[in-house]
Ligand binder design. Structure first.
Ligand SMILES: [Zn+2]
Length: 92
């Protein structure tokens, strides 16, 4: 058994993704680039409301799916130490 790289569902070894949708989402996610300065600005200088607005505008400007962009921004923010990892507590 193998795992779908997008949703982590178990799939047959012969398949790369569980669905066409996952494949498209996966490649769109890879294509999303988040400038470090943008990330810093929205986490350090923006309130939560302003951050939401900035992220929505960013998604619209680049024609990215908002949910995918948000996921990626959250991941990057955790990596950069701007946000807490919600899974961290359970691991300790
Ligand atoms: Zn999948």
């Amino acid at each position: 058994m193998s795992h779908c790289p997008f949703c982590k569902k178990k799939i047959a070894m012969s398949k790369a993704f569980c669905s066409r949708n996952c494949k498209e989402n996966y490649f769109q996610l890879i294509a999303i680039q988040i400038p470090k300065l943008f990330l810093k600005r929205i986490y350090v200088f923006c309130s939560e409301e302003e951050r939401e607005k900035e992220i929505t505008e960013f998604a619209t400007r680049h024609k990215w799916r908002l949910d995918l962009l948000k996921n990626k921004i959250e991941d990057e923010a955790i990596k950069m130490g701007y946000a807490e990892d919600p899974l961290k507590e359970s691991k300790d």
